[in-house]
Design a protein around this ligand. Structure first.
Ligand SMILES: [Zn+2]
Ligand SMILES: [Zn+2]
Ligand SMILES: [Zn+2]
Length: 88
């Protein structure tokens, strides 16, 4: 992990999505584009291309900066604070 940050370095095992849906969008009947899984609490939320951007809102509100892509075939982590993207 070359261009990593302290938040990503602190992650030893990657949390995978329990369900492939945004928990918050399901509640309000909204749709999403891509899914991201919070690496602190494991919640799966929608990406910044989605209308509600629940993942970045969660990162800000809960103070959980690191997410992993929950798209099948995508293997990367992202830190919202440092804007670091790391493949794994
Ligand atoms: Zn970071
Ligand atoms: Zn959402
Ligand atoms: Zn979280």
């Amino acid at each position: 992990m070359d261009d990593s940050c302290s938040h990503i370095d602190a992650i030893s095992s990657i949390k995978q999505p329990q369900r492939r849906e945004c928990e918050e969008c399901v509640k309000i009947g909204a749709t999403w584009v891509h899914l991201r899984t919070c690496q602190k609490c494991g919640v799966t939320l929608c990406c910044d291309s989605s209308p509600n951007q629940h993942a970045s809102r969660h990162a800000r509100d809960a103070g959980h900066p690191v997410i992993a892509s929950a798209q099948s075939g995508e293997r990367w982590l992202y830190c919202y604070l440092d804007e670091t993207l790391v493949q794994y």
